[in-house]
Design a protein around this ligand. Structure first.
Ligand code: SF4
Length: 270
């Protein structure tokens, strides 16, 4: 699950954590869970433990091995701010992002409260990095709007919203301090429908507020059939990306060795 992602708004996924537990309405038909559970019990498979949460320390150095600058979705198969992921491990994940700063990272969570707490303290330096984008999921008003508030109260240099799966008209979105909005409908078995008016409303709000807008998909049981055009237009806008030089190969190798030799952090038991 790491190279050439099929997700429209990223290049690559990076999963130093695998597995998660459901927390809100947007999780009902979680793609990651469906994918992971297909391999439960398969010996030697990365998802042999199904969707049970697990740290994957052998993946911590992976972005340092990629010399070409990429847009990297962090933990597409988990949630970095899940309560069972220890602070010390999250710190290691962000340390890699800070070192391998020629990439752009997209960190998306439904645990916005914990993200705010950590970005305001332990991860304050990472929060200020313009090549790391911090985002929250917004599937409805009840769960999504409080997450946006937590994000706005976080000291992040770049904040974004992933309004997916959009399950209802979310009304007026507070867009102050938001650098990017992605919208998408649910896809796969049991996909819940999304109405055009809900999407048009968000697109118009983004246009008014000068916020880049990315329309990912209509979704549905067979998402390819429905595509990603909105009234004849394709919206694929992004925030500005900073460009940093790639570290020399010898330096990258040194850091990879250092990360691989560092003491392991255990999964939290709570
Ligand atoms: S938070 Fe994300 S990864 Fe975790 S169960 Fe919900 S949808 Fe799946």
């Amino acid at each position: 699950m790491s190279l050439n992602s099929k997700i429209e708004w990223t290049d690559t996924t990076w999963n130093p954590v695998r597995g998660c537990t459901k927390i809100s309405a947007g999780c009902k038909n979680c793609y990651a869970e469906r994918f992971a559970e297909r391999f439960r019990g398969v010996k030697g498979h990365p998802f042999g433990q199904g969707f049970d949460l697990r740290l994957v320390p052998e993946k911590l150095s992976e972005p340092l091995r990629w010399a070409d600058p990429r847009m990297i979705f962090v933990n597409s198969m988990s949630d970095l701010f899940h309560k069972r992921v220890p602070d010390a491990y999250i710190e290691k994940v962000t340390a890699t992002m800070q070192l391998a700063n020629w990439h752009t990272y997209q960190v998306l969570t439904k645990r916005a409260g914990r993200m705010k707490t950590l970005l305001s303290g332990l991860l304050l330096e990472a929060a200020a990095e313009p090549h790391i984008w911090w985002g929250v999921s917004v599937e409805n008003k009840k769960h999504g709007l409080p997450r946006i508030k937590e994000l706005q109260d976080s000291p992040a240099a770049v904040r974004f919203l992933s309004v997916e799966p959009l399950l209802e008209d979310v009304g007026t979105l507070p867009l102050e301090g938001i650098a990017w909005v992605i919208v998408g409908g649910e896809s796969g078995p049991g996909a819940r429908p999304m109405e055009e008016d809900w999407v048009l409303s968000i697109q118009a709000q983004c246009e008014d507020a000068n916020v880049p807008f990315f329309f990912k998909q209509w979704g549905g049981v067979r998402k390819k059939v429905h595509g990603r055009t909105l009234q004849g237009n394709t919206y694929s806008e992004f925030p500005l990306r900073v460009s940093n030089p790639t570290l020399p190969a010898v330096t990258r190798k040194h850091f990879v060795k250092e990360i691989e030799g560092s003491p392991l952090v255990q999964l939290a038991s709570c």
